[in-house]
Design a protein around this ligand. Structure first.
Ligand code: URA
Length: 434
């Protein structure tokens, strides 16, 4: 067996065997297969797809590519959460401390930005001092001590995914059901949680643009979960416009802090509460979804959710003075408002295009080794269905170069569509599949 034959087979739309998939994953993880050959195979998978059997074999091979966490010492049901990616998606920053504040342990390994979407790790690292790369021993110790730890994929868990994830990002091979399903489920299998809640995003700013494709992805991940003996629930959520108002690393952290202090944008609130309600249910801490939502809202009101977020940041060496006073976060050099040229109702704000604008401002990576700029981004002043007057503020742009600011200003006008007729509020929770 050799990698050329495997590439050739997938290029010619043939099914790969379990052994061939294992050969590729082992070879690529141990650097015996070069990036350019892996790129060719990943592109062939992207273009020609995989059968369910191939996707399952790929997931298992990726999950077995490194260590597997044993969280049984925590003596609790550990429920993990993951999103298939979005724009303005700061859900994990809010939801996980909130769930932990209810006494449900959270051991979360997050990702970096991928394509035009943001990543929780990049957001956490915009908090000065916050350490995302810690060893397994300390990760588990953190969960035992304060009930939550949120880290990056630095442990030797699913290292094949780590390599393939950044490769896909740099060769435009992200939006693929087998590649997303295997990426997410291999990490979830390796990271030791017994149960999983997945936010399967759907719409312009998601990797799955239609509900049918999102359902297909959800069912594939649920099936893999079953085979791995991990109960999995998928919540399909709307990602046509960015979630909440802030897009950009530290801007989103600030919005998450405001949320935990009771200032909750409606769309973000719906998504956080729905996902959280299922996490609580799977943890066997509440059967009733509506009651579970009330429990979370109570911990926003009494400040316990925010307190847990402070504890999390402090425990991972972050400077909590920034969390207590968000004015301390470094500000972008240029902060400029963009105004509407007409009056009417916001028809759409294409999340993918806005995600790309924010990436171009410096919040995301073009090459996998690129540094990111924490302070840049966009804050929306309106959401879809809102009324807007002529000359009223639409968004504020945060940039660190005049040139990038000008580019963003020109582009953002084009991606916000306004119409004379009223627009109804978008439905956020599209479906729950289990
Ligand atoms: N999140 C992941 O972890 N992997 C993907 O492929 C997409 C979103």
């Amino acid at each position: 067996m050799n990698i050329l034959e495997i590439i050739e087979k997938k290029r010619d739309k043939k099914e790969l065997t379990k052994e061939e998939i294992e050969y590729f994953i082992e070879g690529y993880t141990s650097d015996k297969i070069a990036d350019y050959q892996a790129s060719a195979l990943i592109m062939a998978i992207y273009l020609n797809g995989m059968t369910k059997q191939e996707t399952t074999n790929l997931t298992i091979a990726m999950a077995n590519s490194g260590e597997k966490l044993d969280l049984s010492t925590l003596n609790e049901i550990i429920v993990d959460k993951h999103s298939t990616g979005g724009v303005g998606d700061k859900v994990s920053l809010i939801l996980l401390p909130l769930v932990a504040s209810l006494g449900i342990p959270v051991a979360k390994m997050s990702g970096r930005g991928l394509g035009f979407t943001g990543g929780t790790v990049d957001k956490l690292e915009s908090i000065p001092g916050y350490i995302t790369s810690i060893d397994i021993h300390n990760f588990i110790k953190n969960v035992e001590k304060i009930g939550i730890s949120m880290i990056s994929q630095t442990l030797n868990l699913a290292p094949a995914d780590k390599k393939i994830y950044s490769l896909r990002d740099s060769i435009s091979c992200v939006e693929s059901i087998p590649l997303i399903a295997s990426s997410i489920m291999s990490k979830k299998i390796a990271s030791g949680a017994q149960k999983i809640v997945l936010d399967v995003t759907c719409g312009a700013g998601a990797f799955m643009n239609s509900q049918d494709r999102a359902e297909e992805l959800a069912r594939e991940m649920i099936e893999i979960g079953k085979l791995a003996n991990k109960e999995t629930v998928c919540v399909l959520t709307n990602m046509d416009e960015p979630l909440g108002y802030a897009i950009g690393n530290s801007l989103e952290v600030i919005e998450a802090i405001q949320f935990l202090n009771g200032n909750m944008p409606e769309d973000l609130k719906e998504v956080v509460l729905e996902l959280g309600a299922y996490m609580i249910k799977l943890a066997d801490k509440g059967e009733n979804i509506e009651e579970n939502k009330s429990k979370m809202l109570k911990n926003i009101e009494n400040g316990k959710g925010f307190e847990k977020f402070l504890q999390l940041v402090e425990n991972q060496s972050g400077d909590i003075s920034y969390i207590k006073d968000t004015n301390q976060f470094p500000k972008a050099k240029y902060i400029e408002k963009v105004y509407s040229h007409i009056s009417g109702y916001i028809k759409s704000m294409d999340a993918k295009e806005i995600g790309k604008i924010v990436c171009d401002l410096g919040a995301g990576r073009i090459k996998k080794e690129d540094d990111i700029d924490d302070s840049v981004g966009v804050i929306l002043n309106k959401k879809v269905s809102d009324k807007v007057e002529n000359n009223e503020e639409l968004v504020t742009i945060y940039a660190n170069s005049q040139e990038k600011l000008n580019e963003a200003k020109a582009k953002i006008q084009e991606v916000i569509k306004i119409q004379k007729e009223k627009v109804s509020k978008p439905k956020m929770i599209l479906e729950v599949i289990d």
